[in-house]
Ligand binder design. Structure first.
Ligand code: ADP
Length: 174
């Protein structure tokens, strides 16, 4: 049976233990999925983010994750992670895998099972979609994360197709 589900749609519609946000290091909101999550969650999410410890304005270094309350979203938590900026940050594949792993470990530590996850780094941060899909699906299928029920929310048909192809390829290899 599949542990990973794919939905083409808006992640702010998810009803799960934790919604994952593709944030930036400051964690005080931004564009893309980050902006959509903050708009849907309301000011309580921004207030929760401000409480996360910052070092020189950095609340979540690239490749790491932080957990907050979820404001008005239908979730217990938002897990904020920061993926690499493709072509700018060195070792992007490692950093993208780190972002997913940090997110999933934080979910397990906080007794979350169901997660809604966006395509981290695949918007403004410019990660090539096929390569991102291989990493996203590969990490999600690691044994350590077997307790999690992961639903990827893919924002358009093209990216949904790429994730679906990658998932089928991974299942073929299993
Ligand atoms: P990053 O800065 O990590 O690249 P973006 O938010 O720019 O993050 O994009 C990440 C992915 O999230 C992109 O594929 C983008 O199309 C998608 N996205 C944007 N808004 C939403 C949303 N409301 N729900 C789900 N995915 C979204």
């Amino acid at each position: 049976m599949r542990r990973i589900a794919l939905i083409q749609g808006d992640i702010t519609d998810a009803s799960v233990d934790a919604i994952v946000n593709a944030a930036n290091e400051g964690m005080l909101g931004g564009g893309g999925v980050d902006g959509a999550i903050h708009r849907a969650a309301g000011p309580a999410l921004l207030a929760a983010c401000r409480e996360v410890a910052a070092v020189n304005g950095v609340r979540c270094p690239t490749g790491e994750a932080r957990i907050t309350a979820a404001g008005a979203l239908d979730a217990r938590y938002v897990i904020h992670t920061v993926g690499p900026r493709y072509g700018i940050d060195p070792a992007p594949a490692q950093l993208l895998a780190d972002a997913y792993r940090s997110t999933y470990r934080l979910a397990l530590e906080n007794d979350c099972v169901s997660l809604a996850v966006p395509a981290i780094s695949c918007g403004v941060y410019g990660y090539p979609l096929e390569e991102a899909a291989t990493i996203a699906v590969g990490v999600s299928l690691e044994d350590e994360f077997q307790p999690l029920a992961i639903t990827f929310y893919l924002f358009n048909a093209a990216i949904h197709r790429i994730w679906e192809a990658e998932l089928q390829a991974a299942e073929g290899r299993a």
